[in-house]
Design a binder for this molecule. Structure first.
Ligand code: CO8
Length: 263
């Protein structure tokens, strides 16, 4: 692949968008390679993924403006669908994905971070949806995910004004969970991912599915989704080992981590 690198670090996979000469802007090729990179992740060996951008300046500076500049209405819609399909695949990826936002996260960059489960960022990170200044709407899920994450009032303000916000404001409005010095960001993301990976993988995947699916339906349906996923954890090796260790009162024993059973 030309624009995506992948590194396996224990149970953690690190996907890096590597097009620093264009501040990691997303063109069609980057989107296709991202899709391939995620589809190639071995879920027997990987329990959490970190998504980041190459360099110290930019996570992703948006969709590629040069590529978009000459699109027709139909081509614009198709480009939006391509991005939406890839981002939805990340959002529904069976294991947690942490965005380590290491600089600009504008337009499609903010949008791809929002398709991840968790966002942490560097002190120099800048978030924004500048699309209305370019004569378009956010087209990779920004109108939907930003409103769900920070509430419709703040999302509308950010989108209508096209004003960028810095890391401290992103933290204040709940767009990111934590801010780190640039040099500590990737290590912090990997540490969080490794912490997730040390927990029972079947249960972690079920939690992701329960939260994601539950947010799309009303509470009566949502709690049924949780009940079914809760039930699906029983009789698994993780559940037997996890509860067995507790009942044995063996403080030395960690939760036994076993390969996925329920993919
Ligand atoms: N697309 C293409 N190239 C880009 C992009 C981009 N989004 N961002 C930066 N680049 C390129 C620049 O053209 C430049 O290339 P070159 O060196 O060949 O001239 C290189 O990256 C470095 O950029 P700058 O010289 O501009 O660097 P600065 O430090 O001066 O500025 C900024 C950094 C502020 C990030 C600036 O580059 C910028 O404003 N970039 C555009 C940000 C933006 O508007 N992003 C949103 C794009 S729209 C979008 O994402 C919509 C998503 C939904 C699409 C739906 C499809 C229908």
């Amino acid at each position: 692949m030309e624009f995506i690198t992948y590194e396996q670090d224990g149970f953690v996979g690190v996907v890096t968008i590597n097009r620093p000469q264009a501040l990691n802007a997303l063109n069609s090729q980057v989107l296709e390679e991202l899709e391939s990179a995620f589809k190639a992740i071995n879920l027997d060996e990987t329990r959490a993924v970190v998504l980041t951008g190459a360099g110290e300046k930019s996570f992703v500076a948006g969709a590629d403006i040069g590529e978009m500049s000459t699109l027709t209405k139909a081509e614009g819609e198709a480009f939006g669908k391509k991005g939406n399909d890839v981002f939805r695949m990340i959002e529904t990826f069976p294991i947690p994905v942490i965005a380590a936002v290491n600089g600009f996260a504008l337009g499609g960059g903010c949008e791809i971070s929002m398709s991840c489960d968790i966002r942490i960022c560097s002190e120099n990170a800048v978030f924004g949806q500048p699309e209305v200044g370019l004569g378009i709407t956010p087209g990779f899920g920004g109108t939907q995910r930003l409103a769900r994450l920070v509430g419709p009032g703040m999302a509308k303000q950010m989108i209508y004004t096209a004003r960028n916000i810095k890391a401290d404001e992103a933290l204040r409005i709940g767009l990111v969970n934590a801010v780190y010095p640039q040099e500590e960001l990737l290590a912090a993301a990997k540490k969080m991912a490794a912490g997730i990976a040390a927990n029972a993988p079947i249960a972690v995947c079920a939690c992701k599915k329960a939260i994601n699916d539950g947010l799309e339906v009303n509470m009566d349906e949502a709690i049924v989704i949780e009940e079914k996923l809760f039930g699906s954890c029983f009789e698994t090796e993780d559940q037997k080992a996890g509860m067995g260790n507790f009942l044995e009162k063996d403080k030395e024993k960690k939760l036994k981590v076993v390969p996925f059973q329920n993919k």
